[in-house]
Design a protein around this ligand. Structure first.
Ligand code: MRU
Length: 401
């Protein structure tokens, strides 16, 4: 497919237009949809045409800019208080990821500070919005590369300290790559950087990165549909597993047995985050807490430090919520039950072409279902939080964020 891309957000500075890659159609079709208003962004975020904490914040900020530009161009006069209200409305599209509400709060503060006595949105308000959203997008990309290199250094230092030699593998959950951000990604960004620097042919160390294990990530399959798409796009070796195969995979590799012709123990589990609170508790895709608990189990039952698995959260500063003291206070979004009871996708014909989209049932119709989109990995189970500033480890079992 020649039109494949990893760029999920396209903003034209010249024309002030925003187009997003419809992630509901990946990996089968590459379709961009225009976002012309705050309402369009609300709908796209809620329906998960764009998802991932940094990406929804960037799309939200650009949508506020585009909405304002389009109104001014059409001669539609909007009051400052109306604009502030529609920004509050946008935040309600998805409640758990803090990036969108952080960005919207910053935009509101800028408007309130600079245009305190102003009633009507004008060109100057638009210019402030433009500058903010462009900077948010550009900074996110630069920060993701820094997360990649801080993560790489943490991995190198850990393996050296453990005197580990030979091949190792990395597990990850959900999609935290280019599609979830402005580019490169956070947890997947670290895997990208590690693959670039520590593959067998490139490494200067006595260890090398052999493969990644992306989890399928039920019920929405971000791992199966998006992370594998990104890994394949960049020729990073990987084998996908279901969420419930994690313990089997780790023990099989630990026994020295091969999985699909490869035996490289899982040394790192790297997840992204939707909200990291003051004490380090981290909300991320449902199943992340489970992964941290599994790493902990294997560490407490391992023969030596050399076998330890480090559980890493990779997140930019825009994902850190210092106002919330601990994870119990994080609002967890509950998604509709049909995301669990049905599967959606195109019909794949025997000649490999992509047919009509359809929905198939995978559960007894009409049953009660609980579908929380995220869980909270407690800080006790997290070894390191990698941001664009540094790799933060606990001191006396506490994170200082
Ligand atoms: O429901 P999603 O697909 O928006 O969930 C995404 C995640 O949980 C990601 O891990 C998180 O947003 C970080 S993306 C860099």
């Amino acid at each position: 497919m020649s039109d494949r891309t990893l760029q999920a957000i396209k903003f034209s500075k010249e024309n002030v237009t925003l187009d997003i890659l419809d992630q509901l159609q990946l990996p089968y079709s590459t379709v961009f949809i225009p976002i012309k208003s705050i309402q369009d962004a609300f709908d796209a975020i809620k329906s998960m045409q764009v998802r991932g904490a940094p990406a929804i914040a960037i799309v939200g900020a650009f949508a506020i800019t585009v909405d304002t530009f389009n109104n001014l161009k059409a001669g539609i006069s909007k009051s400052v208080s109306e604009l502030l209200q529609s920004i509050d409305y946008l935040v309600t599209s998805r409640p758990t990821a803090v990036n969108l509400s952080n960005a919207c709060e910053e935009i509101k503060s800028l408007i309130n500070e600079k245009f305190e006595l102003q009633l009507i949105v004008d060109q100057e308000v638009y210019e402030v919005l433009f500058e903010y959203s462009v900077a948010l997008h550009e900074d996110d990309l630069a920060n993701n590369y820094k997360i990649g290199s801080n993560g790489l250094n943490y991995i190198i230092e850990t393996l050296r300290a453990q005197q580990f030699t030979g091949p190792f593998s990395i597990m990850t959950v959900c999609n935290t790559g280019s599609l979830a951000t402005s580019g490169h990604g956070t947890a997947l960004g670290i895997i990208r950087t590690v693959h670039e620097q520590l593959s067998k042919l490139k490494t200067k160390e006595s260890f090398w990165f052999e493969t990644a294990y992306p989890l399928e990530t039920r019920p929405y399959n971000q791992g199966a549909k998006l992370t594998t798409y990104e890994l394949q796009y960049e020729n990073i070796p990987f084998t996908m597993i279901c969420d419930n195969m994690v313990t089997s995979l780790i023990s099989t590799l630990r026994k020295g047995e091969k999985v699909k012709d490869v035996c490289a123990p899982v040394k790192f589990i790297i997840a992204g985050a939707d909200r990291v609170v003051k004490n380090g508790d981290s909300a991320n895709k449902i199943g992340t807490f489970q992964l941290a608990a599994i790493a902990n189990y294997f560490n407490t039952t391992s023969a030596s430090e050399k076998e330890h698995i480090k559980f890493i959260i990779a997140a930019p500063n825009t994902t850190i919520d210092r106002q919330t003291p601990c994870g119990d206070q994080i609002v967890i979004e509950e998604r509709p039950s049909n995301e669990l009871t049905t599967l959606k996708g195109p019909v794949l014909t025997s000649d490999g072409s992509v047919g009509e989209k359809m929905t198939v049932g995978v559960a007894t119709p009409g049953i009660q279902v609980w579908n929380p989109a995220f869980d909270v990995a407690p800080h006790q189970l997290i070894d390191c939080i990698v941001t664009e500033e540094r790799a933060i480890e606990k001191i006396n079992n506490e994170f200082t964020l």
